[in-house]
Write a protein that binds this ligand. Sequence first.
Ligand code: FES
Length: 175
Amino acid sequence: MAPGLIDPQPAVAPDSQRTLASVTGDYYDTITFYLNGTRVSLDTADPEITLLEYLRGIGLTGTKLGCAEGGCGACTVVVSQYNPTSKQIYHASVNACLAPLVSVDGKHVITVEGIGNVKSPHPAQERIAKGNGSQCGFCTPGIVMSLYALLRNNEHPSELEVEEAFDGNLCRCTG
Ligand code: FES
């Protein structure tokens, strides 16, 4: 090695070095969120698990696994959170296959099971059912949730806004 290239002084002054504990002391390792209106607290959330894996793992299988790469929308759920700028709650349609579980800390996750059921369907579910709007049904929960997010943010969307809300939802029966 060429002489003079090694600086005898450490790159970080010893008095500015901190222990790992002092750096992470202000952080917490519990995530808390609401799931279909129920408060959930997880102490041991795996940072690598997706929201979709978690939901299906606890039995909420209405949210489907299709492509697993954000392309089909079968896994769409709604994640709601307060926007301090607009001072309103924003409801986002989210591909649960891409969202890490830990990303929903402090938010409200709504799945297709949380908006209605056969006896008491949400209007979006009812219209699709009565209008024969699904064939195999695999993509339908994702489509319902995209529509649900749109209607929560805007009760009177235009036709174009409805069409745009379905941009990320594919139906493999009809192409
Ligand atoms: S499974 Fe296809 S977008 Fe998530």
